[in-house]
Design a protein around this ligand. Structure first.
Ligand code: C2E
Ligand code: CA
Ligand code: CA
Length: 242
């Protein structure tokens, strides 16, 4: 199973979902860094299968939590450009949701800016089809690519993930604060939720909350956890304020 990292409200601390993050664990040896084996899987043609595997595992886990009443509103899954080039991606997602008895609203798919803005017809057709199914779309690592704002407002996305490089520099860098503010205002004006990634301490959280950032993810909230540990973590959260 992939690990799960919670996403919470910046002010309310309410759990809004989790991101499924894949791991390659080798008994008795250190794990292989995820970025490294994702790049490898892309090179050797395994990335489509890997993305589908993560999506299916994450949805299966979500269905299990549903059945047992564990309150997790939504799961986010990372897909790569190659996943989006496969014509049968929407059908595959539909099948998994059907098999797991989940509503499309319970799934979010994360893609990087470059995938969204590539303007490849097959990719755009898939983005559209997935959106029409009712699955949410999120732009990952937002701010690191060449965001074409004129394209952004035409894409059916519901969330931007502010790249962690901005978050890391928030406390010390005037320009990181200025760029973060701009990205938050872009989100606001397009009615998109913004998730700040890689939040590691209370000072970063405070700056983000003061800038009206909606959602947080990072070690300050929780490290990525096994499904069992995430369940425990959820049970220890204070109940949402009335
Ligand atoms: P990402 O989608 O940007 O995921 C966030 C990464 O930040 C994760 O690294 C997470 O463990 C890490 N992280 C979370 N909070 C903090 C923090 O407070 N500080 C710091 N320094 N790091 C934090 P991870 O799990 O190593 O994943 C790396 C990348 O690999 C992901 O970046 C994503 O692009 C990719 N990836 C992971 N799982 C999948 C998958 O199933 N399919 C595909 N295609 N890509 C995946
Ligand atoms: Ca991601
Ligand atoms: Ca990211």
């Amino acid at each position: 199973r992939p690990l799960d990292q919670p996403v919470v409200g910046a002010v309310t601390e309410e759990v809004v979902g989790f991101e499924a993050l894949i791991r390659w664990i080798r008994p008795g040896k250190p794990p292989i860094p995820t970025d490294a084996f994702i790049a490898l899987a892309e090179e050797c043609g395994l990335i489509d299968e890997l993305g589908r595997w993560t999506l299916e595992e994450a949805c299966t886990q979500m269905a299990d939590w549903r059945r047992r009443g564990v309150p997790v509103p939504r799961v986010s899954v990372n897909l790569s450009a190659i996943n989006f080039e496969q014509q049968d991606l929407p059908a595959f997602i539909g099948n998994v949701l059907g098999k797991c008895g989940l509503s499309p609203d319970e799934l979010m798919v994360e893609v990087t800016e470059s995938v969204m803005l590539a303007q490849k017809p097959e990719v755009l057709a898939n983005i559209d089809a997935i959106h029409r199914m009712g699955v949410h779309l999120s732009i990952d690592d937002f701010g690191t690519g060449y965001s074409s704002l004129s394209h952004l407002h035409r894409l059916p996305v519901s969330e931007l993930k502010l790249d962690m490089s901005f978050v890391h520099d928030l406390e010390h860098s005037e320009s990181a604060r200025a760029l973060t503010t701009s990205i938050l205002r872009i989100g606001e004006s397009l009615s998109l939720k913004v998730v700040a990634e890689g939040v590691e301490n209370a000072a970063q959280r405070a700056v983000l909350a003061s800038l009206d950032c909606d959602l947080l993810q990072g070690y300050y909230v929780s490290r990525p956890l096994s499904p069992h540990s995430l369940e425990r973590w959820i049970s220890l959260q204070p109940p949402p304020a009335a």
